[in-house]
Design a protein around this ligand. Structure first.
Ligand SMILES: Cc1cc2nc3c(=O)[nH]c(=O)nc-3n(C[C@H](O)[C@H](O)[C@H](O)COP(=O)(O)O)c2cc1C
Length: 206
């Protein structure tokens, strides 16, 4: 099978497989705050860490020509800060609730029954209960090319200024995946969780 992007239906595929092909993707559960003080929380799976030193992350926000821009994008442009909360099994339902299309200022923290917990290096709080969180300052906004309808994605790049890890997920100086259990996004309506781990050394290490 071969087809060009967005031509999957002509190729006999009912649903776009792109996100299933590029999977699993980590979920950046993005906390942000507007200049009016309102809190926002939303999951983004076009998300990743992109540099270790300096430590940096990115996530990509869908832009629709006829809809208001997403609250995360608006807030980060307004105040220049955001938190990447990591979604473990225990936060899955709250994460899903927070992806709802709520009015600006309608806090997903409240909707999902989460408490804001103060960050150390920025004003935006993390969500209570998360196993890890990255405090970030906005570095750059990169609008990607628009499609023929005028829609597309805008990438937010941030510099990590602080890293929170819940002590309970660390043992012998390393994160334990069986306590941490980061949830990932696959394609369609599918999610993944780590149940099997193996180690390998690089050629240069043996
Ligand atoms: C697991 C998951 C991953 C998502 N990833 C993205 C994404 O990468 N980009 C995006 O624009 N929307 C994504 N969404 C949809 C947003 O979370 C949703 O539009 C949300 O309402 C945006 O909230 P905001 O307006 O408060 O920023 C995702 C939803 C879920 C459940």
């Amino acid at each position: 099978m071969f087809f060009r992007p967005m031509q999957h239906k002509a190729a006999g595929l009912a649903h776009n497989p792109l996100k299933a092909i590029v999977s699993p993707r980590p979920i950046g559960w993005i906390g942000s705050q507007g200049t009016d003080g309102s809190l926002n929380l939303a999951p983004y799976s076009f998300f990743n860490a992109i540099s270790e030193d300096p430590a940096m992350v990115m996530f990509s926000v869908q832009v629709h020509p006829e809809k208001d821009q997403k609250d995360s994008l608006r807030n980060i442009e307004e105040t220049g800060e955001f938190v990447v909360n990591i979604v473990s099994e225990a936060q899955f339902q709250a994460m899903n609730v927070s992806s709802g299309d709520y009015d600006y200022g309608d806090s997903e923290f409240e909707r999902a029954g989460l408490e804001p917990v103060a960050s150390a290096t920025i004003s935006v709080p993390r969500a209570s209960g998360v196993p890890a969180a990255l405090e970030c300052k906005h570095f750059q906004t990169l609008p990607l090319p628009r499609n023929t309808d005028g829609g597309g994605y805008t990438v937010i790049i941030g510099t990590i200024t602080g890293i929170f890890i819940d002590d309970s997920v660390i043992e012998d100086g390393m994160l334990k995946y069986d306590r941490f259990v980061p949830i990932s996004r696959l394609g369609y309506r599918d999610y993944g969780r780590i149940t099997d781990i193996f180690q390998a050394t690089r050629p240069s290490e043996s």
